[in-house]
Design a protein around this ligand. Structure first.
Ligand code: AMP
Length: 406
């Protein structure tokens, strides 16, 4: 039996472990009390046939490099490739070098030139922190005053510390958004099944942005032709540009795109599996995940991954106060009943254990309830049937995930 170590502690790592378990034995570090096989031992002290690093922060921090340096087989880019997510300014430069369509932009460390650049733009202003800001460092606004305020609070370090001391200002793009996740082996990239996520906290896309409140797969509008176009116009040239810089990128390249009237343009790259998109993509995989990630780690991807003809829908159950100030420590009720619903798997994200041994909320996004079925309507019905069994004080979730698939 192959032994795999999954690094991370959220719903993404739970689904990775769950699908890897079809053909491997795995541990998750640090995991959480709701993820079977969670261990406190740091990854550097574990041995396995394959290491899969889930979140961006340890990748940007060079965990994959350290593991490779000690002879381990690793799925996940080194710190050099992870800069795609660690620095938006660097990512934009890679895109420009690679000829990948993206929003026009400028990069600034001083207030006055940044404000002058804003004055040359019209309509929709976009201001981003260069560094990691937990998905919160992006302002998209029609108000020049608000854009100017963002520039000042980012560059001063007030809003996001050092992550904001360099800002990227972009032209505002419009159109539907789309994410494509590709598995890369340094040379080649293969696409995973498309998924659509929901960023806003409330139904009908109301309220503030979150890490993601739900997702579904497949996405009817994202035909194989659209995927092939994005792979050819964005992912493959990016991988080639990285290779030209001497970067051997072995991991997930997750392209966030906008389908503009001038064609698809890349908004950003992430260097890891999306959360919660992974919770609907991987359960549909019919080929072997251990083999896929192992081959990518070896620089030797084989056949394209395959997915079932059915559908998956995941609904995020969040804690009181998420996203502004999530409350933790509320006992989670109904987990077994939810997991017993036909076609449903519950993935534990922000889950802890209290002194009495009960599972309690330990973060903003607590559970990801994934329903699978022959089509999106049935997958969605099952997911929501399971969600109805769950409760804790202040639990909230969207009711419109996959209600009107695009
Ligand atoms: P990012 O973290 O760069 O993907 O930005 C987060 C979100 O901000 C995206 O998912 C878009 O909804 C929005 N966004 C980012 N860049 C732009 C842009 N140039 N024009 C319009 N919206 C954008």
């Amino acid at each position: 039996m192959t032994h795999v170590v999954v690094v991370g502690s959220g719903g993404r790592e739970h689904v990775l472990a769950h699908v890897l378990a079809r053909s491997a034995e795995e541990v998750v570090t640090p995991g959480n009390p709701g993820i079977p096989g969670s261990v406190a031992t740091p990854p550097e002290e574990l041995d396995a046939d394959l290491f899969v690093v889930g979140p961006e922060a340890p990748l940007v921090d060079g965990l994959a490099d350290r593991l490779r340096a000690s002879g381990r087989r690793v799925f996940g880019p080194g710190a050099d490739g992870a800069e795609l997510e660690g620095s938006k300014a660097w990512m934009k430069q890679v895109l420009v070098d690679a000829g990948v369509p993206t929003a026009a932009h400028g990069t600034f460390t001083e207030v006055e030139p940044a404000l002058a650049f804003l004055d040359t733009m019209a309509g929709l202003y976009v201001v981003k922190t260069d560094g990691l800001a937990a998905g919160k460092g992006v302002v998209v606004t029609e108000s020049l005053a608000d854009a100017r305020d963002a520039v000042r609070s980012y560059l001063s370090g007030e809003a996001f510390g050092d992550a904001g001391r360099t800002v990227v200002i972009e032209e505002g793009l419009t159109g539907p958004e789309l994410s494509i996740l590709a598995v890369c082996d340094g040379q080649r990239a293969v696409a995973l099944a498309p998924a659509q996520d929901f960023k806003r906290v409330g139904d009908g896309d109301a309220g503030p942005n979150t890490g993601g409140m739900g997702a579904y797969s497949p996405v009817p509008a994202v035909t194989p032709d659209v995927v092939a176009h994005v792979m050819g116009a964005a992912v493959e040239p990016t991988l080639a540009a990285l290779r030209a810089k001497g970067i051997d990128y072995r991991g997930v390249l997750y392209a966030g795109l906008m389908l503009t009237p001038d064609g698809p343009k890349v908004l950003e790259y992430n260097v890891r599996f999306g959360d919660p998109e992974t919770q609907v993509v991987l359960p549909r995989l019919t080929s072997d995940l251990v083999e896929l990630l192992g081959a990518a780690a070896d620089g030797a991807l084989g056949a394209d991954p395959t997915f079932d003809d059915g559908a998956a829908v995941t609904v995020v159950c969040a804690s009181e106060g998420y996203p502004a100030s999530p409350r933790t420590g509320d006992p989670i009720e109904g987990l077994d009943a939810a997991a017993a619903v036909d076609g449903v798997t519950v993935f534990c994200a922000g889950v802890g254990r209290d002194d009495a041994g009960r599972l309690v909320t330990a973060g903003g996004r607590v559970l990801n309830v994934t329903g699978q079925g022959p089509d999106l309507a049935e997958a969605r019905r099952r997911a929501y049937e399971a969600v109805a069994h769950l409760s804790w004080p202040g639990l909230h979730h969207r009711t419109d995930i996959a209600a009107t698939p695009t």
